[in-house]
Design a protein around this ligand. Structure first.
Ligand code: COA
Length: 371
């Protein structure tokens, strides 16, 4: 049995934060903090908090703004974090709600009814609870059949989710699998850390993967795929059910996103470029035959370098489209947003690839051909 990508869906929060808004809030917080700790700073006991800078952010990352679901508290120097009210158990949880929004978009594009779905996978970095699985809640809210489960491979969750869906279709467990990537990345971001406060945004995407017997005309055949992981502490978040409060001597920022950005850059670029090249080779596709690469959206220079290593030359935005400027890093959803927004011009037989990479390290490549 062969699995195809029938459609993708996208839900974008209505509020967006520009770099200038973010930097203004950060600098006000840093000024307040420095004034409050002026004596200790003067005595050399504490280091003053630095100022952030809009030009640095654009130059280092390519990010110009990010969508968020809780704008005002993030920009309040007294809070500097999203405030998303907890909901009672008889209300849909916020993660399930945004997954459903993206799922409905994908279903409408494929002309598929929710009751025809056999399996729902919520594949994302930032699950809001342990159980019941968010995916089971999404299944219920949509009125889908079959079964559902959550999985987390950080930024690579979408490609790993697509492969898992293919496996379910190949084994006969399901014919129509919905993979949702709801990412409220602002929840784990440390808005008081100058080196990373600009990195993430919130969004939800969905991918409908179906057996060839039911996939709609124009679906995307998967002609090659490869997943890889390699342990690294360079991107890490220690929050968990056994460790949700910081122990003595360790600041609360231990339970938020942390990275060694430079090391990530250096180690992940060659890993991903090689992964793509090997998989294209295995699928019998020459780089010149690839019309577009929908890459994970974490850093513009990283994508430029990966594209160059794969293609053997500089590539333009048409070859490797960027949504990072508007959305920032949205973890697993990034490459799917790029695919969703930049694939309508593909004609039958055109080849492209979806590629994710991130914490773990983890990376996945899915080579697709338009039917
Ligand atoms: N405003 C102004 N200056 C800043 C700043 C900010 N917001 N943040 C950092 N700086 C300063 C640093 O303190 C440093 O100063 P120094 O040289 O005096 O020490 C300088 O700018 C360079 O910082 P650095 O962190 O080395 O920048 P960089 O060019 O490596 O870019 C990242 C940082 C994070 C954008 C980049 O490394 C990256 O994107 N890496 C990959 C990250 C990734 O893919 N992560 C996956 C997440 S899932």
């Amino acid at each position: 049995m062969t699995a195809l990508i029938s459609a993708t869906g996208l839900w974008t929060p209505k509020d967006s934060i520009s770099n200038q808004e973010l930097v203004t809030a950060f600098n006000a917080w840093s000024d307040n903090w420095n004034a409050e700790h002026a004596d200790a700073i003067a005595a050399g006991e504490l280091e003053a908090k630095p100022q952030s800078n809009v030009d640095f952010i654009v130059k280092a990352s390519g990010i110009k703004s990010r969508f968020v679901i809780s704008k005002d508290p993030i920009l309040d120097p007294e809070i500097m974090a999203p405030r998303i009210p907890e909901r009672p158990n008889d209300e849909i949880s916020v993660l399930a709600e945004i997954a459903v929004n993206a799922a409905k978009d994908a279903l409408a594009k494929a002309g598929r009814q929710a009751e025809d779905i056999d399996a729902v996978i919520v594949a994302c970095s930032n699950l809001q609870r342990g159980y019941p699985a968010i995916a089971v809640e999404v299944q219920d809210a949509l009125g889908a059949g079959g079964f559902a489960f959550d999985m987390n491979v950080a930024c690579s969750s979408a490609t790993f989710g697509i492969e898992t869906a293919r496996g379910l279709i190949a084994s006969g467990q399901a014919k129509s699998v919905l993979v949702c990537n709801p990412e409220i990345c602002s929840g784990h971001l440390n808005f008081k850390d100058r080196d990373s406060h600009f990195i993430f945004g919130d969004v939800a995407t969905a991918i409908l993967i179906e057996d060839e017997s039911i996939a709609p005309k124009g679906a995307w055949e998967i002609i090659g795929s490869k997943l890889v992981t390699q342990f690294s502490n360079n991107i890490r978040n220690n929050f968990g059910f056994l460790n949700n409060a910081a122990p003595e001597g360790i600041g609360d920022d231990d339970k938020l996103f942390k990275q060694n950005g430079r090391s990530v850059f250096k180690e992940v670029v060659p890993l991903v470029a090689q992964l793509i090249k090997d998989e294209l080779d295995k699928a019998g596709v020459a780089p010149a035959q690839v019309k577009r690469m929908w890459l994970h959206q974490a850093n513009l220079s990283m994508n430029t370098l990966i594209s160059k290593k794969v293609m053997g030359k500089d590539v333009d935005m048409d070859m490797a489209p960027v949504v990072l400027d508007e959305y920032a890093n949205t973890s697993s959803a990034g490459s799917i947003i790029a695919f969703d927004k930049h694939s309508a011009d593909f004609k039958t037989g055109d080849i492209g690839l979806i590629c994710s990479f991130g914490a773990g390290y983890s990376a996945g490549v899915i080579i697709v051909r338009k039917t």
